[in-house]
Each structure stands twice: as structure tokens, then as C-alpha cells.
Design a protein around this ligand. Structure first.
Ligand SMILES: Nc1ncnc2c1ncn2[C@@H]1O[C@H](COP(=O)(O)OP(=O)(O)O)[C@@H](O)[C@H]1O
Ligand SMILES: CC(=O)OP(=O)(O)O
Ligand SMILES: [Mg+2]
Length: 386
């Protein structure tokens, strides 16, 4: 019997899941033994001061559920790591060198890699005997061709500073694109557009299982409008703000934490934005329309990149739950063969496009933790499990 603990340490939360998998040949049949989320890490008034405290809290919850982290039955621990740069494009067994490599990448993902490292360091301290594996958000995007990964700036400067497009949310895009392709007539060769809409949001274009383009770039800031992140902005605006006296850190905070839905209307939770839109609030209406317009642009862009599209998959908290976002993002795209069924869309779940729609539109719940567990099992030594 194989047991994998998955730790998904975010900037202010830790999600964990303990899975039991029969053997590596059928990890898809994994059974969830325990799961949970520790939230509001480091926020004022929160009982969880930092990520070390959060991991201790996870260990306590697991012990209370009868699955202590010290259990000899635990086979491995899989960790989500957001930025793998060009160094890590596969799930990687964690060593001191790997930890140093993840630390070197902090400047490229300052909100995320430190949290991931805190989880790794605490877990290694608690279980130095266990294989631990880093599964990178960037890895699924390593197949993106040069023309999509390259920014058109001076090549030497770009190379010196690692300025290129990496892409993120890769475990989600990998999982959801596979599930979505299975809905197509020819799953092996299906072209899929995945719209991962959570707090962070990104789109990807996947051709026959390989990612060919994605909307996040060097950092998880480019692309779609998000809860608190701007997505695409004219780079000229940044130089303008610098000259107006804002520091690089202030601009970073502006674009990552005070922008997106929050910056436009004061709320970053799409449920609240929808409530205000229904009540006729003009700021919330602007926020929602900017969000949906950006989404529509990326759908069109990736349609053009792929040439033909078999499935458009909506996932993440917003993608899975907001019929309003789905309908507003895709309205008017019938000439492209994209036609929602209003009743199915309102119900959510599975196919939400109309019977005659050339492109299938589907709601596909993501499962980053299951995907991380699968990838962890792929690389741990066979002696450790069945
Ligand atoms: N019923 C719903 N309708 C609209 N939006 C929702 C609904 N449920 C959750 N959301 C949105 O999902 C977002 C969180 O998505 P999620 O994928 O859980 O986030 P994370 O990126 O942290 O994993 C929240 O900001 C919330 O606005
Ligand atoms: C990479 C990224 O944006 O992750 P999250 O959506 O969890 O913030
Ligand atoms: Mg997420």
C-alpha cells in the first residue's frame, strides 16, 4: 500500500491531502484518507503566525484524523512548487541542491516560492527519512515553442536576467486538459483551451496533450485579470510609474495585490462582485466586464494559435462556479462554433455547450493535489511502494 501526502503551500494558505494509492500503475484510483486547508497564514489576528506554524497545524490535524505524519505507512511527500525556471521541468526528488535551486528562483516568484520552501523545509525536518518530491507549476509549460516563450526584447539582456515566459498552474492545466480531451471524439489528438480561473488565473492552449501557449509569463502576473493581480498592462506604464516616484516594490505590490477585481471595484471575491453587479453597482460591472473581455481575447488568441478547437474547459473556483463569467466571456462567439446551452450552463458540471456547438465547452473541476500525487509516485524509487 502506498500513501502520499501532498502539500500545496500558497502565499497565505496550505492545502494538504493524504492519498492512498494501490500501486503506481493505477494511481488514478487513489483514495482520499484526509484533507484540509489552513488559511489566513500571517494575517493580523490569525492564530497561524507563519508557514512553519501552518505545517505544525497540518501535522496536528493529520494526527487527530489517525494519520500521524510520523506514520511508518507514509511513502512519500509531494510538494507544489510554483517556479522551476529552466532548471526544473520534471517532478524532482528533493535534495539540498534542489532546495538551493528553488531558493535561487525566489526573485521570479516572490509570493509563492518562499511559501513552498517553508513547507518543504518543515516536512523534511519532520520526516528526513522519506522521499520528498517537488512538482513544479512551470513544468507542463516546458513544451511551449520558442515563438510563444520569447519576449521580443534584446536577447542578451533577456538571457542574462532569465526574462522569458515560463507559465504557471501547470499541474492544473495538465490535469484539466487531459480530462477535457477525454470528452472529445479523438482524445489523443484533441486541441483544448483551458481557462483556470481561481485567485490566480491563467489560460493555456494544449495540442494533443502538449502545451503550446499559456497566458502567465516570466511571473504569475501576466495575462488574465485576477482577484488582486492586473494581468496584462502596457510595460510603458511601469516606467511611467517609476518616473512618477513609485519604487519597484511599490509597483510590485500595486500590480500583485491592489489590482485585478480588487483594484477595480474593491472586492476580489467573484461571488461578491456578482452580487454587486446584480444590484446594479457600476464599479462591480466595470470589474466584471474587464475580466470577461480579457478572457474572451485569450479564447480568440488561443483559437488562432491552435487553428481548430475541440474543447474549451473552465476550471478553478470561478471557472467551475460562475455561469455568469462563462456566458459573458463566450457571448457572441457563435460564428467560431462556440455556443453555450443556457440551461446546462446555469446547472454547471460537465458539458455546458449546446447540442450543435462545434466546440464543446465543459466545466472540468481541477485537482492539483491528485496530479501532484501522481507525479510524485512517478519518480519515487519503486522499492518505496507497491
Ligand atoms: N459560487 C461561486 N461563484 C463565483 N465565484 C466563486 C464561487 N465559488 C468560488 N468562487 C471564486 O473562486 C475564487 C477562488 O478560487 P480557487 O480556485 O478556490 O482559488 P485558489 O487559486 O486560491 O485555489 C474566489 O475568489 C471566489 O471568487
Ligand atoms: C501561480 C499562481 O498564480 O498560483 P495561485 O493561483 O495559487 O496564486
Ligand atoms: Mg489555485
Amino acid at each position: 500500500m502506498t500513501r502520499v501526502l501532498v502539500l500545496n503551500s500558497g502565499s497565505s494558505s496550505v492545502k494538504y491531502r493524504l492519498l492512498s494509492a494501490g500501486d503506481r500503475s493505477s494511481p488514478g484510483a487513489a483514495v482520499r484518507l484526509a484533507s484540509g486547508t489552513v488559511e489566513r497564514i500571517g494575517e493580523p489576528g490569525s492564530p497561524v503566525a507563519d508557514h512553519t506554524a501552518a505545517l505544525e497545524s497540518v501535522a496536528g490535524e493529520l494526527a487527530a484524523a489517525g494519520f500521524g505524519i510520523d506514520s511508518p505507512e507514509l511513502t512519500a511527500i509531494g510538494h507544489r512548487v510554483v517556479h522551476g525556471g529552466t532548471a526544473f521541468t520534471e517532478p524532482t526528488p528533493i535534495t539540498d541542491e534542489v532546495v538551493a535551486g528553488i531558493r535561487d528562483l525566489i526573485p521570479l516568484a516572490p509570493l509563492h516560492n518562499p511559501a513552498n520552501l517553508a513547507g518543504i523545509e518543515t516536512a523534511r525536518r519532520l520526516r528526513p527519512d522519506l522521499p520528498q518530491v517537488a512538482v513544479f507549476d512551470t513544468a507542463f509549460h516546458a513544451t511551449i515553442p520558442a515563438e510563444a516563450a520569447t519576449y521580443a526584447i534584446d536577447r542578451e539582456t533577456a538571457a542574462r536576467h532569465g526574462v522569458r515566459r515560463y507559465g504557471f498552474h501547470g499541474t492544473s492545466h495538465a490535469y484539466v486538459s487531459r480530462e477535457a480531451a477525454a470528452l472529445a471524439d479523438r482524445p489523443e489528438t484533441a486541441n483544448v483551451i483551458v481557462l483556470h480561473l481561481g485567485n490566480g488565473a491563467s489560460a493555456s492552449a494544449v495540442a494533443a496533450g502538449r502545451c503550446v501557449d499559456t497566458s502567465m509569463g516570466m511571473t504569475p502576473l501576466e495575462g488574465l485579470v485576477m482577484g488582486t493581480r492586473s494581468g496584462d498592462v502596457d510595460p510603458g506604464a511601469i516606467a511611467h510609474l517609476r518616473r512618477a516616484g513609485m519604487s519597484p516594490d511599490e509597483i510590485d505590490t500595486l500590480l500583485n495585490r491592489r489590482s485585478g477585481l480588487l483594484g477595480l471595484c474593491g472586492d476580489n471575491d467573484m461571488r461578491e462582485v456578482e452580487r454587486r453587479v446584480a444590484a446594479g453597482d457600476p464599479d462591480a460591472e466595470l470589474a466584471l466586464s474587464v475580466y470577461c473581455h480579457r478572457l474572451r481575447k485569450y479564447v480568440g488568441a488561443y483559437y488562432a494559435v491552435l487553428g481548430t478547437v475541440d474543447v474549451i474547459a473552465f476550471t478553478g473556483g470561478v471557472g467551475e462556479n460562475s455561469s455568469l463569467v462563462r456566458s459573458r466571456a463566450l457571448a457572441g462567439l457563435e460564428p467560431l462554433g462556440i455556443e453555450l446551452d443556457p440551461v446546462r450552463n446555469a446547472a454547471g458540471g460537465g458539458t455546458v455547450s449546446a447540442e450543435g456547438s462545434r466546440v464543446r465547452v465543459a466545466v472540468v473541476p481541477t485537482d492539483e493535489e491528485l496530479e501532484i500525487a501522481r507525479q510524485t509516485l512517478r519518480v519515487i524509487p519503486r522499492t518505496n511502494h507497491g
